[in-house]
Design a protein around this ligand. Structure first.
Ligand code: NOJ
Length: 758
């Protein structure tokens, strides 16, 4: 049957002699447009609508359960009325679904298999927020490449990643899934991820299609509450939220996913201006848009659509091409065309886009291209763990290091390792863990013991973080009463040389639907920390968490603090590498850490206001009950060595349109260990047609310096770097004065002034 399909289709395609315009998605497939049209021309309306429908596999993990029973799904697969499936995992399962489709349907269009491969498939890498803290784009690309290979080994050929929603609110549970608060850094990650997943040819069977999501504004949910309303104007939308999506589109992301939220009253899923006008027309992007889970039908509770048919009408007109498990397109599209309410050309546009991606993926050549049991035998899982360890240690951020506690000496006496997350093998796997096995991470206790087999390491849990059943589907029940382990922990701390406290958040405290009004240590953790501190002040606090936390007490009292996030499979080994100085920490925060949750949303690239902060007077923009600014700023992170910045210089004080200037700064490793530093460049437009942020990241470079070594870094300053979405609603640079700031984080900067003229 498979052969028959191939020969019929090759015959069909072989007859096409048209010279069609090539698309911009990366592929070696020739004459794609003509091939797409040749298929489209022989499809019935029912078959076209079928391509626009995505079904879930058998489990309902990421939204309300589907109304479509398995029997109905199977029937529709056999008729060729399903464009894609999600959550169908394994070579056997994908093969079965593909066969039902290919061997029974009239039209024989291969289906694609999507899955949330967010930070690894089986080998789990740091959660995206953590990985971004590495500021290492090669690492970000490499982990995506590995995730792609492991996905393909299970028949999955499409990931719903990268999530590139800029977010400034630590309360939002999904902040762990993105790259933090900065549009430039997020854009860099977007490109690295698309390249990592898709490689340079979508048809290569070791690559998978990427999804830029959630288009758009989802990270700006009011109050950080998931799915909440988004109220932002065009200025914020274009300058902050959209740049990573533009970068992903330009990098050739095969698909986009729209978003659950409304923006300015319009559900993103039903937004014609975002999808059809901006993404598809202005940006000229030729992939397809999948809805978020049920987001088309969710326009009904939004009060934007009367029923599923109406929702389908709005969504298809707006440019949503595929309905993820929502049933709206199935319920409405054929009827809408028959009634003349929807022009069939809109359906054709959507189907063309879906077919294009399928052609690009080489699926018409071989529908089983990504379904190959042999691949799994070749996947170097062991080697992937080594890479995961390296990326994990690069993602760790050293927040504080006093009393010379770090790096710990291998010959230190008794080490007390304390805390509910110290021997937790599951939390480091994080949320959105794909097929990362539960309890499969290396814990901190294990990591330390692996490297210090002869040391006196005593572990005590102290307190439990959660109580009762722990599940992906339910919020974690926090332990607020059971203190039975505290006494033993305090006793162990009392006679230890050094205490490694491992506190933070459970894996399921962040992620979808996991927004929190409080971002401090949940439950009895702070009480435990204070009790331990009372008997031993030599504490290294290791944080395991998916969002910025409120750490004021710890920052004031605890001498050493290591932000270790949720680092994935090799977490404990990577943490031990840093604690023991085998890796000199180089991570920098991709997001501001607040002094108190009441400061959220908190971000470094704020606008100045008419009354910027001043210590002199009360009627200035600030909170009266707390010190101004973040506890730890964006871009911040220490090393075991020290870096000194010389005064930056500029090749010319004036930049004329079309030219470039060079900003140079010499950086010296003034400590006595080799180390890495991320040199950061920020820009401020002093007077513009709209108020501009006090600074915006526009470049960074990671350098490695031997002790005593100096390197000069040159940043090329171009007109493009000075552009923004102006009051005239155009991306352009406006004439006038700019401040260029360079340094080690968003607060410790030196400034030079540049004049831009056209
Ligand atoms: C809902 C989430 O918002 C989205 O990011 C995810 O890809 C889908 N569910 C599918 O699981």
């Amino acid at each position: 049957m498979r052969k028959l399909f191939l020969s019929t289709l090759s015959l069909l395609l072989g007859t096409i002699g048209l010279q069609a315009q090539e698309t911009s998605l990366k592929s070696s497939v020739k004459n794609v447009e003509a091939k797409v049209d040749s298929v489209l021309n022989i499809m019935t309306l029912e078959e076209k609508v079928g391509q626009m429908i995505q079904y879930n596999g058998s489990w309902d993990l990421t939204g309300p359960a589907s109304e479509t029973g398995n029997k109905q799904k199977e029937d529709r697969l056999k008729k060729g009325l399903v464009g894609s499936m999600l959550n169908v995992l394994s070579v056997e399962a994908t093969e079965k679904a593909q066969k039902l489709n290919m061997e029974n349907s009239r039209i024989k269009i291969p289906i694609i298999f999507g899955y949330d491969v967010i930070h690894g498939y089986k080998t789990i890498f740091p959660v995206p927020l953590a990985e971004t803290a590495s500021w290492d784009m090669e690492a970000a690309e490499e982990s995506a490449r590995i995730a792609a290979l492991e996905s393909v080994a299970e028949g999955v050929n499409w990931t719903f990643s990268p999530m590139i929603d800029v977010s400034r609110d630590a309360r939002w549970g999904r902040i762990m899934e993105g790259s933090g608060e900065d549009p430039y850094l997020t854009s860099q990650v977007a490109v690295a991820k698309v390249n990592g997943y898709q490689g340079d040819d979508l048809a290569n069977p070791t690559t998978i299609a990427a999804t830029a999501k959630h288009f758009a504004g989802y990270g700006f949910a009011e109050g950080g509450k998931d799915y909440n309303t988004v109220n932002i104007g065009k200025n914020e939308l274009h300058n902050v939220i959209l740049p990573p999506f533009k970068a992903a589109a330009d990098a050739g992301a095969a698909t986009f996913m729209n978003a659950f939220n409304t923006i300015d009253g319009i559900p993103a899923t039903g937004s014609e201006s975002l999808q059809r006008e901006l993404l598809k027309t202005e940006w000229d992007w030729d992939g397809f848009i999948v809805s978020d889970w049920g987001s088309i039908s969710e326009m009904i509770p939004h009060g934007f659509a009367r029923d599923k048919v109406h929702a389908a009408e709005i969504a298809v007109k707006a440019g949503s091409d595929m309905d993820m498990e929502g049933g709206a397109y199935q319920a409405g599209l054929e009827q809408l065309v028959a009634e003349g309410k929807v022009d069939e050309e809109l359906i054709n546009d959507a189907v063309r886009r879906i077919l294009r991606v399928k052609f690009m993926m080489g699926l018409f050549e071989d529908p089983y291209r990504y379904i190959n049991a042999e691949v799994k035998k070749e996947v170097p899982y062991e080697q992937h763990l080594e890479t995961a360890r390296d990326i994990a240690r690069k993602s760790i951020v050293l927040l504080k290091n006093e009393k010379d506690l770090l790096p710990m000496s291998a010959s230190a006496g008794k080490i007390a390792v304390i805390g509910p997350l110290a021997n937790d093998k599951d939390t480091p796997i994080g949320n959105w863990r794909a097929q990362g096995e539960s309890n499969s991470a290396v814990s901190v206790v294990e990591g330390l013991k692996n490297q210090l087999p002869d040391s006196d390491i005593v572990y005590s849990e102290g307190v439990k973080l959660g109580m009762g059943e722990r599940s992906f589907l339910m919020p974690l029940k926090i332990n607020k009463t059971d203190t039975t382990g505290m006494g033993e922990a305090v006793k162990n701390a009392r006679d230890a040389e050094v205490v490694v406290m491992v506190l933070g958040e459970d894996a399921f405290q962040s992620g979808e639907g996991r927004s929190q009004a409080n971002i401090g240590f949940a439950g009895l953790q702070l009480e435990l920390l204070k009790k331990v501190y009372a008997v031993n002040k030599n504490i290294v606090l290791v944080l395991i968490n998916g969002r910025p936390m409120e750490l004021s007490w710890s920052a004031e009292n605890i001498p050493a603090i290591v932000e270790a996030w949720q680092l994935g499979s090799e977490s404990g080994n990577a943490i031990a590498d840093v604690l023991l100085g085998k890796y000199n920490p180089s991570g920098k925060l991709p997001v501001s850490f607040p002094r108190a949750v009441g400061q959220e949303p908190l971000y470094y690239n704020y606008k100045n206001t008419g009354r910027p902060y001043s210590e002199q007077h009360v009627t200035y923009s600030h909170y009266t009950d707390i010190e101004n600014g973040p506890l730890f700023p964006f871009g911040y992170g220490l090393s075991y060595t020290a870096f000194e910045y010389a005064k930056p210089t500029l090749s010319s004080a004036t930049l004329t349109s079309g030219e470039t200037a060079t900003l140079s700064v010499a950086v010296t490793n003034s400590g006595d260990t080799k180390g890495k530093e991320v040199v950061q460049l920020y820009v401020r437009d002093m007077v513009a047609s709209t108020s501009r942020p006090v600074k915006e990241l526009k470049g960074f470079e990671m350098i490695e310096l031997e002790a005593g070594e100096t390197k000069t870094i040159d940043f090329e300053i171009s007109e493009e770097m000075l552009q923004f979405y102006t009051a005239q609603e155009k991306w352009e640079a406006e004439e006038g004065e700019f401040r260029l700031m360079v340094g080690t984080n968003s607060e410790e900067l030196q400034t030079v002034t540049l004049n831009f003229q056209k």
